[in-house]
Design a protein around this ligand. Structure first.
Ligand code: ZN
Length: 308
């Protein structure tokens, strides 16, 4: 991998929450493609909305860990190295040591990783919203803490940051109540260091792209929770969150700092659709090169990766 030629092509999955059949559907869909890396932005294992004690005992009983290892094993079928951070629903230390599966959470057990000429850094968990998730931190201390570690990075224009939490006050941190709910620390870190990419998740309904700081492309990869009608506690009241699409994922091709092509794939009524975007010096543009059709249905892959 060391002298890998550009473009670098990566698969990015949003919050999985143990939806293993969805991961299988994604793997079946992309199995013919070649990826240099697979990036998971956290909230990987099963997370029911039960109270803390029940959740803790589930983790102890191994259901959580089994779901995480199932996710990783399925993705390993694609034959590319996996980079991840734990999310706020995951424990800080997921505790799985699998070959080619790299934890890059610099606030937890992870370390700075290399992928060809690129460096991969990460920040797992999320800023606290006072609800006692397994992995949270106070937003005000985090910037200085991570900044010290980020100083070990050599070339930020070839660095990919994975952050479960989102840059505050961006186009991609708007929650179901139409409020910005991201992290100021994440925003400041992107502004100070200008990574080539910041890949995030956390706020499922904020899925999309934005340019943050000087010219960093930030992606909220959304979630793989499918056909879900979930009751979520947000700001101390129940909000009914309806996710109407099915599985989704992003494929990113990095040509140079100001030329990144992002494809957002999603299933809608059983058909695979794609929206294509290009990041240039002056922003992100929808790619209309294939006519005016931004929503292009694609044939579904038919072969199962599990039956070779
Ligand atoms: Zn999530």
């Amino acid at each position: 991998m060391d002298n890998k030629k550009l473009p670098l092509r990566i698969l990015v999955l949003g919050d999985i929450h143990g939806e293993i059949s969805s991961v299988g559907r994604v793997v079946m869909t992309v199995q013919q493609k070649r990826f240099d890396g697979i990036f998971l932005v956290g909230d990987i294992g099963v997370a029911s909305l039960e109270n803390q004690r029940e959740r803790a005992s589930k983790i102890k009983n191994g259901i959580y860990r089994a779901s995480v290892s199932c996710v990783f094993e399925t993705l390993r079928e694609l034959g590319a190295p996996i980079f991840y951070v734990p999310g706020n629903w995951d424990p800080k230390n997921i505790g799985l040591n699998l070959d080619q599966v790299n934890n890059v959470d610099l606030n937890g057990e992870g370390h700075i990783c290399k992928l060809g000429d690129f460096q991969i850094v990460g920040l797992g968990g999320s800023s606290s919203i006072g609800m006692n998730f397994p992995y949270e931190w106070p937003d005000k201390d985090m910037k200085d803490r991570i900044k010290k570690i980020f100083e070990g990075v050599v070339a930020w224009n070839k660095t990919i940051m994975i952050s479960h939490d989102l840059p505050f006050r961006s186009k991609i941190d708007i929650n179901v109540q139409k409020r910005h709910a991201g992290s100021k620390a994440v925003r400041e870190l992107i502004k100070d260091f200008s990574p080539a990419l910041c890949l995030a998740g956390h706020i499922h309904e904020g899925v999309g792209l934005d340019v943050v700081g000087e010219s960093s492309l930030a992606v909220n990869a959304g979630s793989l929770l499918t056909k879900q009608t979930t009751d979520m506690h947000l700001s101390q009241r129940m909000v009914n969150l309806r996710v109407s699409y099915e599985e989704q994922f992003f494929v990113l091709e990095f040509f140079e700092f100001n030329r990144i092509v992002a494809e957002h794939f999603f299933f809608l009524g059983g058909r695979l659709m794609v929206r294509k975007y290009i990041k240039k010096e002056d922003g992100i543009f929808a790619d209309t090169s294939q006519g005016q059709q931004l929503l292009k249905p694609i044939e579904k892959a038919t072969k199962s990766p599990l039956k070779k």
